[in-house]
Design a protein around this ligand. Structure first.
Ligand code: UD1
Length: 363
């Protein structure tokens, strides 16, 4: 058994900005050793390796190369390829982040081998079980031994679900650690100028939730108010690979004045987000990042698992109807951007996590 080895699992784009600060904090901690296993859930350079390079994440010790698949196939592939590695290495702890298929798969394998599991970003709930991520979050939390939480709603949810208080640690938001660390580097790219845009003179759109992009008629409904907005200001739209197929079916976006882009690197996207007049998104993480940047955000969903971005931050729910989104955009543009940064979103969440790990696993 590797008595002080923390084995981190990462697989999809939103995992990488979460493991980056934890890996960095672990590197400075001689009593623990850190290893990264990349499941290969995301594999395109623009969805994966670019993030390792930009964020200075150490090269993974192992790559499972699972690739794309249905939920069952992808989850099962991660599990069957990870199991022999965990049997062989017997790390002291498996650490998983977020809510993707690689997260739940890693937690399941470890817990059945009797290896303690830590879940970073635990306790978030949309209360919408049609979201694959909600299932992943619930299952991962139930089998985790250490639950690191980013906002108070997570503590309340876990307590209500009967998780022992001693397992729950409100540590803040590791993704915001990364944002704070790399903000200056992203400002230096002067993304606005690169695109011939002015500060606060454009909107930025992202869409990738299956419920929003897999059905062309839903996608069309969501894009309609965006097309209307694009008559007033340019809209930049970096397109997730999943969304590309739906857009091809629609074929209309480019003509309507929305600028389609390839997926962007972390620094490039952060630069564009920071200077935007408005961000429209169905991503979870972007709701949090815009809150910290003080940029208005309209979330193109009916719910959020990150309610603090609404109660304290700059986020508002636009829903998924034409009318709802149209009026949320109008309100967001009319209001003075206001909001405050949630407690513990201070750039030190990973340090707090590692302090707890040292106490429990350091040798
Ligand atoms: C996954 C996560 C989602 C997260 C999102 C961030 C799950 C259930 N979903 O969704 O929570 O918000 O990542 O991006 O884990 N593809 C490529 N290149 C890649 C990766 C994927 O072209 O590098 C294409 C493939 O056609 C694939 C599709 O995108 O089938 C979907 O990829 P997948 O990882 O299954 O789910 P995401 O939609 O990316």
């Amino acid at each position: 058994m590797n008595r002080n080895e923390i084995l981190m699992i990462a697989g999809a784009r939103p995992n990488f900005m979460k493991i980056a600060p934890i890996a960095a904090a672990l590197l400075g901690e001689p009593s623990l050793s850190a290893q990264i296993v990349h499941t290969g859930q995301h594999y395109d350079r623009l969805m994966s390796d670019l993030f390792f390079e930009q964020l200075g994440i150490p090269e993974p010790t192992l790559r499972l190369g699972v690739g794309s698949g249905t939920h069952a196939v992808q989850t099962a592939e991660v599990m069957s390829r990870l199991e022999p590695i965990l049997v062989d290495r017997r790390p002291a702890l498996v650490l998983v982040v977020g809510d993707v298929n690689s997260t739940v798969a890693g937690a399941l394998v470890a817990s059945k081998l009797g290896i303690p599991v830590a879940h970073v970003e635990a306790g978030l709930r949309s209360f919408d079980r049609t979201m694959p991520e909600e299932i992943n979050r619930m299952v991962t939390d139930v089998i985790s031994d250490l639950l690191f939480v980013s906002e108070p709603s997570g503590v309340a949810n876990l307590s209500r679900e009967g998780v022992a208080p001693g397992k729950i640690h409100l540590v803040g938001n590791v993704m915001i650690d990364t944002l704070r660390r790399f903000k200056a580097a992203s400002d230096e790219l002067r993304m606005c100028e690169r695109f011939g845009l002015t500060e606060r003179g454009y909107a930025l759109l992202t869409l990738h939730r299956p419920a929003n992009v897999d059905d062309p008629s839903r996608l069309q409904t969501l894009l309609e108010p965006v097309f209307e907005l694009s008559a007033d200001m340019p809209v930049l739209f970096p397109v997730h690979p999943r969304t590309l197929a739906g857009l091809k079916t629609l074929g209309a976006a480019q003509r309507q004045g929305v600028r389609l882009l390839e997926p962007l690197g972390y620094l490039e996207f952060l630069g564009l987000m920071s200077s935007a007049r408005l961000v429209l998104t169905d991503s979870g993480g972007i709701q949090e990042e815009t809150t910290v940047l003080g940029v208005p955000c309209v979330t193109l969903r009916d719910n959020t698992e990150r309610p603090i971005t609404i109660s304290q931050g700059t986020n508002r729910l636009g829903g998924t109807t034409l009318e709802g989104i149209r009026s949320a955009i109008k309100e967001a543009l009319a209001a003075m951007p206001s909001g405050r940064i949630p407690e513990l979103w201070d750039g030190r969440a990973a340090i707090r996590i590692v302090q707890i790990l040292v106490r429990q696993f350091g040798h």
